[in-house]
Design a protein around this ligand. Sequence first.
Ligand SMILES: [Fe+2]
Ligand SMILES: [Fe+2]
Length: 283
Amino acid sequence: MHKNSMIKKSPQCRKCLCEFNRLEEARFWSRIMEEHALFIKLGLPADQPALREKAQEFIDRFAVLRKRLNKVCKLEGKLLEDLINAVKDIIEFKAKLLRLLIQCKAEPGSNYPLLLDHIRREAMHFLNLLRTPVAKDPLSMLLQEEVFWLRIMKEHIEFIIHLLDPSERELINQAQELRKTFSRLLETARDLESMNETKPKRFNTVLRFTKDVINSTIQLRNFKAAAFELAKLCKLLSIVSTPLLLDHVRREADKFINEMKVLLPEVKKCTSAFRENDKTLSD
Ligand SMILES: [Fe+2]
Ligand SMILES: [Fe+2]
């Protein structure tokens, strides 16, 4: 039997990827979008009232969408359409701000260009979730999510390093160690994703790698949570515009961990389905 037809026939493999809940995703990401608009606003220079006002419009727009999302039990119709339009607009707003900085046509304020690109990519990721149903096999999807999130996690650490006061040497040192780990993990995830293009019947190294990713991300998540607590208690020297930023990146780490914990057993199930049918496979 051909491998692809076996994936289709395996009940576990067919079911697993459709199980992601679009409404839950929308609730999670809408809050993220609202907060991005707040971070942009706080980072813009005081002499940019028009851009600050535009950022405030996005805060209000996503706040309203979040209320609507909390009232429904299915994401469809006008709400889905309004959400897609809001996400498209905020992507364009982030891209416009980034272009202004790249071309030196605006004062940077405290929004790093890489931060604008980072939150633009997160918005594009959300838009893709809203637009397209997930149709990949679990292994490809796992690797795709790992490459996306590991880049995000690595950048969070880089932002934190640059926002901490230089006197916070112990925390900066801890963050630098985490950055090294996540740079390595990202590079490996990209290699494994590339190797997976050859469509191996099983790829046990990915399972081992994903366990390492989960463990390292739990460590990073705890680091972010601790930094958030310190900032809230005014025990941290930094130029972080609001402690909410640290909670925001902690929630994104938790989201990544949860996705890995959902996808990993699915990949294992599909791998064992192949193993049972090994005798019928020619290569
Ligand atoms: Fe974010
Ligand atoms: Fe992020």
